[in-house]
Design a protein around this ligand. Structure first.
Ligand code: GDP
Ligand code: GDP
Length: 468
């Protein structure tokens, strides 16, 4: 599971600056969730092989009361949900009462905390940070986020090793819990290898359950849909959902295919839908996306597409997961409204033309059965193996239909293609002068592969390697 790192500290100490530095390592996809938070931001960061989620909690100073406290609550929730907290202080401003209040809170939360003194550029760091040792949070790491100084050593020497132990522990636990694992793992390794056999439609994961997550903003109908997909005869009631950061995993079977629903909403007691059991949690949503094979992104037809919908979609795509778009609450809308909604979808979500769109009513059940077809299709598209011969042939056909451009009097040449991995499918193309290939031609190739292989629901990644 991907670890979560929260940036905490009073306003103006440099949290956003550090956040940007951390997430820039991988095209940062920053999710702002207006309405839920002050200005909390979520991003994905990568350090070598290690990936983690970074949360900028927005400014809290630990002394909030009344309405301010309400606003700080989301920040406090982020601390609860984080594996590690980077507590930032300002080396130039020195120790403040607010720093002390936050430290007090963090000590109670019993989290692994790294105390980070920022803005140590151009000052005598050692003497400036000495007073922060009185916070009794251990070592004080000196950085200058704006210039990058000290950041890499903080990450590589201290944070990364700690996160790795968390991930390892998690993996070890999972190994103990699952018994089908070893064989499946071997097969996955085999599937990732260069495959020169004949093309086959069979997926190497045929007997594994398909894990799909039902994600979306609060109130779009996620729990109603979960109940509906589970079926009338299976009344699932959880009085005690997991902790705020954990989704509930519900196994189910349909037409002899096994599934696991990753339920981020927490299935509510029947007939008491309004009794909200738990708060919407962004981190829970992100973790569910990472853990799923396919994500059902639920959108409310009665509301316009919001930035929040787009942020969640952005995370799904950035993580390389397959996606099915579910426009819910399609019941009782008149034709005019339906047309408006469809136009709005085309305008704002047209860029993921590879995703199936379903118009459903979770409440009445209409359209829900067909979701399983798209889930299977997306899963198979993402995991199916394709031979080098087949990929190379498709690449040649694309080239014959539409030649790559000339650069400096020489034509860019594509030589051969092979699979580079699955889930999402990666295709590696070898050739000459590939750096000169314009983006428009890359998009053309991706579309050509998509159409030829009938890949739906999943992003495709194409990589280019210069032949020597
Ligand atoms: P936040 O409110 O905690 O998110 O703080 P910001 O990241 O917005 O930074 C607040 C101010 O501190 C900005 O003007 C930054 O340019 C400045 N700042 C951030 N990091 C550094 C640093 O390493 N050195 C110096 N001198 N200024 C910094
Ligand atoms: P969640 O927060 O995303 O889990 O949303 P819920 O499943 O709790 O649904 C929020 C509200 O929308 C509830 O009042 C549901 O009855 C209502 N709702 C859910 N699905 C539909 C639907 O298909 N049509 C209509 N009209 N209302 C729905």
């Amino acid at each position: 599971m991907t670890p979560v790192v929260a940036l905490v500290g009073r306003p103006n100490v440099g949290k956003s600056t550090l956040f940007n530095r951390l997430t820039r390592t991988r095209d940062a996809l920053v999710a702002d969730f207006p309405g839920l938070t002050r200005d909390r931001k979520y991003g994905q960061a990568k350090l070598g092989e290690l990936e983690f989620i970074v949360v900028d909690t927005g400014g809290i100073d630990g002394t909030e009361e009344g309405i301010e406290l309400k606003m700080a609550e989301q920040s406090l929730q982020a601390i609860e949900e984080a594996d590690v907290v980077l507590f930032m202080v300002d080396a130039r401003a020195g120790l403040t009462a607010a720093d002390q209040a936050i430290a007090e809170h963090l000590r109670k939360a019993q989290k692994k905390v790294f105390l980070v003194a920022n803005k140590t550029d151009g000052i005598d760091g050692d003497s400036a940070v000495s007073e922060f040792y009185s916070l009794a949070l251990g070592e004080v790491y000196q950085i200058a986020a704006a210039h990058g100084r000290g950041v890499l050593s903080l990450l590589e020497l201290s944070l990364a090793p700690h996160l790795e132990t968390l991930v390892d522990e998690d993996d070890a636990q999972e190994e103990e819990e699952e018994d089908f694992d070893e064989e499946a793992l071997l097969r996955m390794v085999a599937a990732g290898d260069l495959d020169t056999r004949e093309d086959t439609k069979e997926t190497p994961f045929a007997d594994l359950p398909i894990k799909f997550a039902i994600v979306g903003r609060p109130n779009v109908g996620k729990s109603t849909l979960t109940n509906r997909m589970l079926g009338e005869d299976r009344v699932i009631v959880y009085d005690m959902p997991g902790t705020t950061r954990d989704s509930i995993y519900i196994p189910m079977e349909r037409d002899e295919q096994k599934y696991v629903i990753i339920d981020t909403a927490g299935v509510r007691r029947r007939g008491k839908v309004h009794e909200t059991v738990e708060k919407f949690s962004v981190i829970k949503t992100l973790k569910a996306i990472e853990d799923a094979n396919v994500c059902l992104l639920v959108i409310d037809a009665r509301e316009t597409i919001t930035d929040q919908d787009l942020s969640i979609l952005g995370f799904v795509l950035n993580t390389g997961r397959s996606v099915v778009l579910v426009v819910n609450k399609w019941d009782g809308l008149d034709t005019e409204v339906k047309t408006t909604v469809k136009n709005e979808l085309d305008r704002r979500l047209g860029f993921i033309d590879f995703a199936r769109v379903h118009f459903i009513s979770a409440l009445h059940g209409s359209g829900v059965g067909h979701l399983f077809e798209s889930i299977q299709e997306a899963y198979q598209s993402a995991t199916r193996r394709t031979s080098t011969a087949m990929l190379t042939r498709i690449m040649q056909m694309a080239q014959e239909d539409h030649q790559p451009p000339m650069v400096n009097g020489r034509r860019v040449k594509l030589k051969y293609a092979h699979a580079g991995g699955y889930n999402p499918p990666r295709i590696v193309i070898h050739g000459n002068q590939l750096n000169d290939l314009p983006d428009s031609y890359k998009r053309y190739l991706i579309n050509y592969f998509r159409k030829s292989l009938k890949i739906m629901g999943t992003p495709i990644r194409v990589e280019f390697q210069e032949s020597v």
